[in-house]
Design a protein around this ligand. Structure first.
Ligand SMILES: Nc1ncnc2c1ncn2[C@@H]1O[C@H](COP(=O)(O)OP(=O)(O)OP(=O)(O)O)[C@@H](O)[C@H]1O
Ligand SMILES: [Mg+2]
Length: 495
């Protein structure tokens, strides 16, 4: 369409005074890859800042390991190591030469001689007061380490390694499993910890953003005489893996499992207790697993090694992949099921692609749909209006509740054992309900409450303090709740 101001117009466009005022840009249509979207919105996936990213990386890797071992009914053995990498070591890893500061005043943490003197004098006063109070037997808080000298640009780096005895991964699938956002094997209708096809990729995206170093994966599956090794990063723009090395190595020891290693920026100081708390919680709710957690640094007094021993060989039942419940499907899903089904007629489709629709019930439903439906009609020939009719009826008709077979509850025995082994409480109560259903989605509630026990302070975030009132017991209640929800796809929540 032509606009008024043609080249014939004698009026010269006025020159704007401001140098910054620009011609408005045309609205160019752009597209983002899923990897770009999550790189820009990494807080959605729990990668808000370096500390939280370290915590979430540990979680994602541990949960992948547990899913993997449980999927082959193997008692999980998970080793997680966080190795602190000093700045010099990190620089040498990426081939960067360490540089001395020359222009000190350029730096954010620069202090004038006067400011330094003032800070040191203040610290000396605080220490003196602290020593005096301690000598008088008063309760004293440890003086806080000076914040004065750490510049905001000084990042801390960590190598996070997670090794398990799980299923491993097919050699050729590894690049896509780790280098393509939203690719995974857990989209089916059964309970797993992971479900989005995102977690491991977020750890890689964060490593790419913060250190630029690739992820390393070693894996071996049952019957494989080799170990698959893959070093890769992700092409964020195109959402495809960028493979540095992918090869088969000797597997003399017949090892089976997976080991994932990623180098990221993090903050151990601020997230230490959260990470240890998480490990402890996992030990409580999966007492059939064995965890070895290590934090390793050059300062050996910071090092941590905790072994959470297995206390039972009884694992929760392996969840069975289920079909959709008719009252929990939407239009889009019905259309997808129709396009994917190998069943030819409507009767077979209803009977075999959903749970809780037997042959006679399918016939009754078809009768109810109206005169333009018949059991023998080709399911692929259904019109959009007819699919809407099926959807409407599915929402209104009565169906039996789905079974809880796609769930994998911990069970009261395991929950109780987990709490007792980790907390040694004075009292413990557990509850495990039967499978319930909400809008066609099966779920189960399990909960545990304990009073007293060791390390109660560690659980401050999750505890209810009982007030000291009229003979009420003083103590601390720990509450571990497990919700098993089979949504679309099944969700695992615990808190
Ligand atoms: N330790 C492991 N052992 C075996 N397979 C693994 C392991 N870690 C990841 N995988 C495979 O890689 C896939 C992608 O993992 P990723 O964590 O990105 O997604 P997810 O676990 O499917 O879902 P979520 O985003 O909820 O974590 C998994 O579906 C699984 O098949
Ligand atoms: Mg995962």
């Amino acid at each position: 369409m032509e606009t008024g101001g043609s080249s014939e117009s004698p009026i010269e466009p006025k020159k704007t005074k401001s140098k910054t005022a620009r011609k408005p840009k045309e609205n160019l249509l752009k597209q983002k890859s899923p990897a770009e979207f999550f790189a820009e919105n990494k807080n959605i996936a729990g990668f808000d800042n370096p500390g939280k990213s370290l915590y979430t990386t540990v979680r994602e890797l541990v949960e992948n390991s547990l899913d993997s071992a449980e999927s082959i009914s193997e008692l999980p053995e998970v080793e997680i190591t966080i190795e602190e990498i000093g700045k010099s070591k990190f620089n040498s890893m990426i081939g960067l030469v360490d540089r001395e500061r020359i222009d000190e005043e350029l730096y954010d943490d620069f202090e004038t001689a006067k400011a330094r003197e003032k800070r040191l004098a203040k610290e000396a006063r605080t220490q003196e007061l602290h020593a005096k109070n301690a000598a008088l037997g008063k309760k004293v808080k440890e003086p806080q380490a000076s914040k004065g000298m750490k510049g905001r640009g000084e990042a801390s780096f960590y190598r996070v390694t997670c090794k398990d005895n799980g299923r491993g991964m097919p050699h050729d699938d590894i690049p896509n499993m780790f280098g393509r956002v939203l690719s995974g094997t857990k989209y089916g209708l059964k309970q797993t910890r992971g479900k989005f096809g995102l977690g491991a990729k977020m750890a890689l995206i964060w490593s790419k953003m913060s250190t630029g170093l690739p992820i390393e994966i070693s894996s071996s599956m049952k019957g494989q005489s080799y170990i698959s090794f893959c070093r890769l990063d992700i092409d964020i723009h195109r959402n495809i893996p960028h493979i540095h090395l992918h090869e088969k190595r000797d597997n003399k020891e017949r090892w089976r499992g997976a080991e994932i290693q990623v180098v990221i920026e993090g903050n151990w100081t601020t997230y230490r207790s959260k990470i240890l708390h998480y490990m402890r919680q996992m030990a409580v709710i999966t007492p059939y697993a064995q965890f070895l957690f290590k934090f390793v640094s050059d300062t050996s007094d910071k090092n941590v090694t905790i072994r959470f021993a297995r206390r039972t060989d009884i694992m929760p039942p392996v969840p069975i992949e289920t079909k959709y419940h008719p009252s929990a499907v939407d239009l889009l899903l019905i259309k997808r099921l129709i396009s994917e089904t190998s069943r030819e007629n409507l009767l077979q489709f209803l009977q075999h692609e959903f749970v809780n629709i037997g042959k006679s019930y399918a016939e009754r439903l078809i009768g109810e749909m109206g005169p333009d439906f018949s059991p023998k009609m080709a399911v692929k020939s259904l019109t959009s209006q007819q699919i809407v009719r099926i959807h409407q009826l599915f929402r209104q008709a009565k169906f039996d509740d789905p079974s809880g077979d796609c769930l994998s509850p911990a069970g009261e025995y395991n929950l109780r054992l987990g709490i007792i082994k980790e907390l040694h409480p004075d009292m413990v109560a557990t509850y495990s309900g039967s499978a319930q259903v909400f809008e066609g989605h099966p779920f189960m509630v399990e909960a545990g409450v304990s009073i007293g026990g060791k390390d109660v302070k560690q659980f401050a975030g999750d505890t209810l303090q009982i007030e000291k009132k009229k003979g009420k017991q003083e103590g601390t209640i720990h509450h571990f709740g497990l919700y098993y929800v089979a949504l679309e796809p099944p969700t695992f929540l615990h808190f």
